[in-house]
Unconditional design. Sequence first.
Length: 295
Amino acid sequence: MITYFTTTKDFTGPADNAQENAIQSWLHSVDGAEVIIFGESKGLDRFESKEGIHLHPMVKTSGEGTPRIDDMFLTAQSIASHQVCCFINADIIITNKFARSVLAVHDRIRSCYLIVGQRYDVRIDHFINFSEAWEPEIERLISSSGRHHPPFGSDFFAFPKNQYGRDDIPELLVGRGGWDLWMIYDGRKRGMKVIDLSPTDTVIHQDHDYSHRKNGFVSYDHDPEARHNIRHIPAGETYPYTLMACNYTYKDGRFRRNFARGHLKWFLSYELHLRKNRSPFKEIRSVLKWVKLVR
């Protein structure tokens, strides 16, 4: 089974719909799903007696009150009931197929993996009725108005419980640019199987504005908290660690090598940067062997 964990905005306005839909989809994604919600957002009291949901009001934050990823990951692993943990943004809807794929990966690998993926952006302005067949409705919305988001990052991270210890994750800030890139970078640097689930599963992001942020949506250069996240990727790592940097994809029950989605120059750059402290000639040859350019 899976333990999902997140932090939420206040349950007001459009965020009320989006977060309620997302959390209900997690609970319905697999029998016995568990959800941990960090923070003290207004409206969380509706979940106090909800089976499968655990509220954890205490979470470390930045000076501006943004929850810290390192604290949530460490705490979630310590209290999770299941062996698979999944951080997921609070506006993301998933399906049963997503949960089955995550569990299938875990059954095959068991340790040292990180599952990420690309999303569809969809406008949903209503509460979804989860007492009926709701997944066909989601598929119809994607077909009619869904937009495939560029592969710049991930809205979820699934991994085996206890993979991240104290001090393994720096003081990254949720909802700010760069922390998802760091997670992919760290997984690759530590030799994990970083698995792009995009070819297999549909993950739905519900469109919203950025009125909950003091400065709205701004670029990395103008967002001090995004710059705080990005600085944890070492200088000289010239390519951002987007979904292009995953070393595997998962589709139809099979793992496949990922070569930066066909961009060989990007692939070589990732591999050489990740091996830059080793013998360059040996590493170039090993990379070429990996792509079967030499035997």
